[in-house]
Design a protein around this ligand. Sequence first.
Ligand SMILES: [Zn+2]
Ligand SMILES: [Zn+2]
Length: 93
Amino acid sequence: MAKKGQTYFCEICRQKVVVTKEGFGVLVCCGQEMRFVGARGMMATWTTAHHKPEDGVKFRCNVCGQEIDVIVETTGILECCGQRMQQKEANVH
Ligand SMILES: [Zn+2]
Ligand SMILES: [Zn+2]
């Protein structure tokens, strides 16, 4: 299960997300489970490169309530609990 603050990425399209609210669902992108990125290594790289992950696009699962911030956005389809995640209307200008 995903925990708040954990980073996941898609091996196919390289999309990268951070969990902002825990849910019981499994994060899926491009039809396969997203890979958990460890706390060290890659994690340290992006925290310095991306200072404000809150500015990213946010998605929410309507089934388990899991919420994520997209750090590296691609055209890959994000899914959780077997359905597409809903984009939240954040930073509407
Ligand atoms: Zn879910
Ligand atoms: Zn993907």
